[in-house]
Design a protein around this ligand. Structure first.
Ligand code: KPL
Length: 306
């Protein structure tokens, strides 16, 4: 892959974009006109030299987009992509890296049958530098597992993206069935993100005994639902898997905590809601999840601790 366009200049978008740029891939950031000045000095990972990338807004001329990384929040994937659809080539390949489930279906519905949609589950820990929004802090090394969601040249598309991510120094692998992988990630996000945002703590703090009991209680509540979900239990069991992610991303501010800090809508409708819906279909109830979803959705965060 010689060039890639990135839509969504948040933490993960910048993380991928700067790795590609450093590896010599031609990177184009797709931005709103009012965002351009923010990236005029280049982008990069904190403590590393800045890298120049092309900054393109909707009204600027540009070549048809053949490879697009869609790195917005799940809440914005479809709406952010819509104005760019006319700039996609007929055989464009898109890779989505959103948390949860729901945004993939929304984006697939916007594409032509000749275009390819890939979806990925990402466990990289990253947040934008508080001092400079053009810089990203790579707070925890994770991986990108990607597979086909829909489209024409899906299989060869997966190989192209995996190869390009690996060449850029990121850990990436192809999976034959992406849905169980996305459900597994949804569960990880369900157990980590709301609680870190609620208590305003980095991921690693959920290893504290008092907070661990809270995500273990959420996990316990999911027990009767898990056999119905299209995912297989991690080899070491769920608690060990969650502790592994918490340890690997200990210093990270979860994306939901970042949303709370920025006053943005959170991704609860893509993370907790699919679980509530799946439970409802089976006649199961998830009162803890229901209460958490409702409170966060309505922005009823607890007051900050003293
Ligand atoms: O995906 C994440 C997120 O914050 O959204 C994890 C893996 C929990 C890293 O923070």
């Amino acid at each position: 892959m010689q060039s890639v366009s990135v839509l969504g200049a948040g933490a993960l978008g910048l993380l991928y974009a700067s790795h590609w740029a450093k590896a010599g891939v031609k990177v184009e950031l797709l931005l709103r006109a009012d965002q351009i000045s923010r990236f005029a000095q280049g982008i990069g990972c904190q403590d590393q030299p800045r890298l120049a990338v092309t900054l393109r807004s909707l009204d600027a001329p540009g070549a048809p987009i053949s490879h697009l990384l869609l790195a917005t929040k799940a809440t914005q994937a479809a709406s952010a992509l819509t104005p760019w659809l006319v700039h996609l080539s007929d055989d464009a390949q898109l890779l989505m890296i959103q948390n949860g489930l729901g945004s993939q279906q929304q984006v697939a519905a916007l594409l032509k049958p000749t275009q390819t949609l890939l979806a990925a589950s990402v466990t990289e820990g990253a947040y934008r530098s508080p001092a400079d929004p053009a810089l990203v802090v790579h707070a925890g090394r994770g991986e990108t597992r990607l597979g086909v969601w829909s489209g024409a040249q899906a299989i060869s598309g997966v190989e192209t993206w995996v190869g390009s991510l690996q060449q850029a120094g990121l850990s990436a692998s192809a999976v034959t069935d992406i849905l169980p992988v996305l459900w597994e990630k949804l569960l990880i996000n369900d157990l980590i993100n709301p609680l870190t945002a609620w208590h305003q703590v980095p991921n690693g703090e959920l290893l504290r005994r008092d907070l661990e009991t809270q995500w273990l209680a959420l996990l316990d509540e999911l027990g009767p639902l898990l056999p119905w979900l299209p995912l297989s239990a991690p080899a070491k069991g769920w608690p060990a898997r969650i502790r592994e992610v918490l340890t690997a991303t200990a210093a990270n501010q979860s994306s939901m905590w970042q949303d709370r800090l920025a006053g943005r809508p959170t991704e609860v409708d893509f993370i907790i809601l699919p679980l509530l819906e799946a439970a409802q279909q089976r006649g199961l109830s998830l009162p803890r999840h229901q209460a958490l979803w409702q409170a966060i959705r309505q922005g009823e965060w607890p007051p900050p601790a003293d």
